[in-house]
Design a protein around this ligand. Structure first.
Ligand SMILES: [Zn+2]
Length: 83
């Protein structure tokens, strides 16, 4: 049990450390740089599980007039159910 608390503390420290070095805004800019100019290497975010996936490999769906990209059929169905 003591080890579990220690582990949680270490994880928290690691999380804070990581967060201070990579604030979300900066991470996004880095991500955009990796996307490059090529359209098929563009990354899109799955609105269901928030995973970034390459546009070419993503499942495209139009829901309520908006285009969304999903990593899997499961995410698509879940998102459709939610909206
Ligand atoms: Zn997903």
């Amino acid at each position: 049990m003591r080890y579990l608390i220690l582990f949680a503390l270490l994880y928290l420290l690691y999380y804070l450390f990581k967060k201070s070095f990579f604030p979300s805004g900066r991470r996004e800019r880095v991500l955009k740089r990796y996307q490059g100019g090529s359209a098929d290497k563009e990354l899109v975010q799955d609105p269901q599980c928030h995973t970034y996936i390459p546009k070419e490999g993503a499942l495209r769906a139009q829901i309520n007039g908006e285009v969304y990209y999903f990593c899997s059929q499961k995410c698509l169905e879940e998102f459709k159910k939610r909206s």
